[in-house]
Design a protein around this ligand. Structure first.
Ligand code: DAH
Length: 347
């Protein structure tokens, strides 16, 4: 190869290389084009080898031509590489790699007490009741006095009270039961009244397996003309059958005392687990105590300006945690408030 051949080879190769680079369809393709036109077996290497045989005055010319060829092909490869990389990135989309594994969204659910509350509300709404509400911070009048529990009445000591502010003429407390909602409802609504009032209640108690300073109750109040204990019993029976989804559930009423009902009764249902053969849930008695009930005391009606000669009423109240504990065989009331997901997830 003489100098003229070398220059002609480089010129031809530069044109072919440029076409090959532009025609490279992928980064892999481009790498092999680069090897062909700049690598060990490329025209540039062949000319370099031949330079030794050229005369001293021809060598610089040849050297410059090889340098110019290399620079042109290298630049063209770089341009094409960045084009191909941009195209590949656009194909992948905006940083989204659908082949990556996901984290999965964990779906939560309602707390067990909320589930029970809603279920009970549904049962009573089905019986024609409305939902009533009252404040968790109550005054002495609604929590005790209007319910026929005057100061120093022994019934107050049945409920250890959490007072907000002592020594004021008007005492303020966390309500000890949902019964004050009876008063608030009768103060603002004309009979006939059919309401249930679910909500949080508080007592000055130390937390143990069966007691909690905060818990939930549901109150029921019906005021109408001509209501009798038969209506009370029938309502509780209908509700117990729906709640435990068992037509064979029986109810038991034993004489009891509450200042706001007369007569009053303790309310129990036959054990839905052993059907009264005796088991752990009913402590081998065959009966499960749910709460208290009775006919609204005429004194309570007088306090809220309802004529007890014209209107009669019945009321009952029970604990929501207790219902959940019976239904699911839970023996620790603390588990409702610990917020341990391992417990909550089960229901
Ligand atoms: N308030 C009572 C308690 O917390 C439960 C209760 C008893 C509610 C008798 C009533 C009732 O409505 O008539 O223990």
């Amino acid at each position: 190869m003489n100098l003229a051949d070398a220059l002609a080879l480089l010129e031809r190769s530069a044109a072919e290389a440029a076409a090959a680079v532009v025609g490279a369809a992928s980064l892999d393709d481009l790498a092999s084009v680069e090897r062909d036109w700049l690598g060990k077996r490329s025209p540039a290497t062949a000319v370099n080898e031949a330079i030794k045989t050229f005369g001293p005055d021809e060598r610089p010319r040849a050297g410059q031509a090889v340098g110019a060829y290399r620079a042109a092909v290298t630049d063209a490869v770089a341009v094409r590489r960045s084009e191909l990389e941009a195209a590949a990135a656009a194909d992948r989309g905006p940083g989204l790699d659908l082949t990556l594994g996901g984290h999965g969204a964990v779906r939560g659910h309602l707390h067990l007490v909320t589930q029970i509350r809603r279920e009970l509300e549904d049962i009573f709404v089905g019986l024609g009741y409305r939902i009533a509400e009252g404040p968790e911070v109550e005054d002495d009048w609604h929590n005790f006095e209007a319910l026929n529990i005057p100061p120093a009445h022994p019934a107050r000591s049945m409920q250890d009270t959490l007072y907000i502010e002592l020594g004021r003429p008007e005492q303020v407390m966390l309500r000890t039961h949902t019964s004050p909602v009876q008063i608030r409802t009768m103060e603002t609504q004309e009979p006939p009244i059919y309401v249930v009032a679910p909500g949080r209640t508080y007592r000055n108690e130390t937390l143990d397996a069966r007691h909690s300073p905060a818990f939930h109750q549901m109150e029921c109040l019906a005021v109408d003309r001509g209501l009798t204990m038969a209506d009370l019993f029938g309502t509780i029976e209908a509700f117990a059958k729906r709640l435990f989804d068992d037509e064979s559930v029986r109810t038991r009423f034993r004489s009891d005392f509450f200042p706001y009902t007369e007569p009053s009764a303790e309310l129990a249902v036959s054990c839905v687990f052993c059907h009264q053969r005796g088991c752990r849930v009913c402590s081998h008695t065959g009966w499960i105590e749910l709460g208290g009930c009775g006919m609204v005391d005429p004194n309570v009606f007088v306090q809220v300006g309802i004529d007890p000669e014209e209107w009669q009423g019945f009321a009952f109240g029970f604990g929501l945690e207790r219902i959940a504990m019976i239904r699911y065989g839970i023996d620790e009331i603390r588990t409702f408030f610990d917020n341990d997901q391992r417990f909550l997830e089960q229901y």
